[in-house]
Design a protein around this ligand. Structure first.
Ligand SMILES: [Zn+2]
Length: 141
């Protein structure tokens, strides 16, 4: 029995879309571009083989990954996903450098705070050691 509306793959290949069509759950007819980009990069036959080798519960993730990678190849024909990965690695290294620099600044600020606290404690200690008027000799008043 055929589906009322063929999936994007079957529509593209002008074939009848069987109820057990492996593409139908992932490539609906209302989003032909999703299948077209994957077909262009990987080929329909290869995508079918990849999906057949996977358990059903992993196929959706695989299709999302294939679509993502195919779109990356469409945008960057030289590096594809590797370009994204390199860019993200650079961003990560930059962020790690910023974290490292901020940690150094925090260490300096904490050391300065400790010095200030130490100085304040010493001053309070010195003030407490100074004789007050009540403690002083009565003849000075
Ligand atoms: Zn189909």
């Amino acid at each position: 029995m055929a589906r009322p509306s063929p999936c994007a793959s079957c529509k593209r290949r002008r074939r009848r879309c069987a109820t057990d069509c492996i593409f139908a759950p992932y490539f609906p007819s209302d989003d032909p571009q999703k299948f077209a980009v994957v077909h262009k990069v990987f080929g329909t036959s290869n995508v079918r083989k990849m999906l057949q080798e996977l358990p059903v519960h992993q196929r959706g993730y695989a299709v999302r990954s294939l679509v993502y990678e195919a779109k990356a190849w469409a945008i960057d024909r030289v590096y594809g996903c590797v370009g994204y990965i390199a860019s993200l690695k650079n961003q990560l290294a930059e962020a790690q450098n910023q974290v490292s620099e901020l940690q150094k600044q925090l260490d300096v600020a904490q050391a300065q705070e400790l010095d200030l606290n130490h100085a304040a404690n010493k001053r309070n200690f010195d003030l407490n050691q100074r004789p007050s008027r009540e403690d002083g000799p009565s003849g000075l008043n």
